[in-house]
Design a protein around this ligand. Structure first.
Ligand code: NIG
Ligand code: ZN
Length: 424
């Protein structure tokens, strides 16, 4: 039997239609393709059509009796949100470091002293597959409750073949078991292990010779990421890791220019990365090169907020033609949040983005940043029926009433998983 569903009477149906072939840039980032009093008809987990309520009811009236109906009167309906940069799979928390930073210690100084990423690496190495699975599943449920239906998830807290595989296998299992879609990224080059600090190139060799082939052989990742930062991996080492990944069919991503300007944006452009992420300190030239090369800029304002750093220059990037996406960067050290709607608020209030642009940045452009725009990111015929209904009368209210969860309903592949703000 086919499964049919209508979502009717939306005060605003935000389709985001029109940017599936390539990410939205410049003015296109403001195009929501919004339908007032809109409806959506879905069948077998796919969107059949989005349009004005009256038209959809007439066109598909024969299905009305046999379909489930969700009334969205007074609410807005949007594509399920996409989070294109998370460190979802990890063990433990680091609130102790938060307290240290509040007293003046810095993120990098804590990391160099063996905390930071190293602390989460120890906890993740010690955790069993089951423990990692349970902790990560809780976070994934929270993502869903906040309207997110697709999440990118990185490894990078294993730093040995065994533990990197464990993280990626947990992500794979969650992708199979949990309704939220996960897209995996290998990030063996997330930090140089403390005991190899004096020989970083040897560790880079191991990432390339030992880890990458296994990850690729087991088909555990789509992307390959590296933390290109002074004191972590140099641009040269980063290039080696990303070039090697390409040989195995892994698409490059890069943590670029987060703490210091380090020519990460330039590297992303020259290597053909699908995205460059962070970019707080990206240079003018790097921004220009990214725009020319079509690298999506994934901005993570939760990280700047939480590290009390300067925010990335989103306005400048959009005006220069970079396709911008937004993400939580969910991780236990620099951005312990799963609230993509809060990230939208920060995009508006701290990075000069408009309410329209932040919607583009968390739907279709986020989907482009992880290579799944043909399936998700907009409410267009043939795409997955991933839909979030927010209990606000217009999209402006989403970024106006900040710091609260407005999600009413989340439909994933045609199945309602959240109703009345509660997991079903
Ligand atoms: N900057 C590098 N990696 C993560 C943080 C990881 C951590 O602190 O545990 C990030 O994207 O912010
Ligand atoms: Zn990150």
């Amino acid at each position: 039997m086919t499964q049919k569903m209508f979502i009717t009477n939306a005060a605003q149906l935000i389709t985001m239609a029109g940017s599936t072939d390539g990410p939205a840039t410049r003015e296109a980032m403001s195009q929501l393709n919004l339908i007032e009093d809109g409806s959506l008809f879905m069948e077998d987990g796919k969107i059949v059509e989005a349009g004005p309520d009256k038209e959809i009811r007439e066109k598909y009236q024969e299905h009305f009796q046999s379909a489930e109906q969700i009334d969205a009167t007074g609410k807005i309906v949007a594509p399920g949100l996409v989070d294109p940069h998370t460190h979802l799979v990890h063990a433990g928390t680091r609130e102790n470091e938060y307290a240290m930073r509040l007293k003046g210690r810095t993120y990098m100084d804590i990391m160099q002293a063996g905390g930071g990423i190293h602390a989460t690496t120890r906890a993740t190495q010690q955790a069993s597959h089951e423990q990692l699975y349970d902790e990560s599943k809780k976070r994934l449920n929270q993502f869903l409750l906040h309207g997110v239906t697709t999440v990118e998830a990185k490894s990078g807290y294993g730093l040995t073949l065994e533990h990197e595989l464990k993280q990626l296998e947990v992500a794979e299992q969650l992708n199979n078991d949990h309704p939220v879609d996960l897209v995996s990224t290998f990030m063996g080059a997330h930090a140089i292990p403390m005991d190899e600090k004096n020989n970083p190139d040897k560790f880079v060799d191991r990432v390339i010779q030992e880890m990458l082939p296994e990850v690729a052989d087991k088909k555990l990742a789509v992307f390959n990421d590296v933390f290109c930062e002074r004191g972590v991996f140099t641009p040269e080492q980063s290039r080696r890791v990303l070039e090697a990944g390409k040989e195995y069919g892994l698409i490059p991503k890069i943590h670029a220019d987060e703490i210091e300007p380090y020519e990460g944006a330039e590297l992303a452009a020259s290597i053909g990365a699908i995205s460059a992420d962070h970019l707080l300190k990206a240079s003018e030239n790097g921004i220009k090169k990214m725009a020319e090369a079509g690298v999506v800029g994934v901005l993570l304002p939760g990280t700047a907020f939480f590290l009390m750093a300067e925010f990335a220059e989103a306005r400048k990037m959009i005006d220069a033609g970079v396709a911008v996406a937004l993400s939580t960067d969910a991780n236990p050290g620099s951005s312990p949040t799963i609230s993509l709607p809060f990230i939208m608020n920060l995009g508006c209030l701290k990075m000069g983005m408009t309410p329209e642009e932040v919607l583009t940045a968390t739907t279709i452009n986020a989907a482009h940043a992880i290579g799944c725009a043909s399936e998700v990111g907009s409410l267009e015929s043939g795409k997955k029926a991933d839909v979030t209904i927010f209990d606000v009368p217009n999209y402006l209210t989403l970024s106006y009433k900040y710091g609260m969860n407005h999600v009413d309903t989340v439909v994933k592949a045609g199945i309602p998983l959240v109703r009345g703000g509660q997991l079903q």
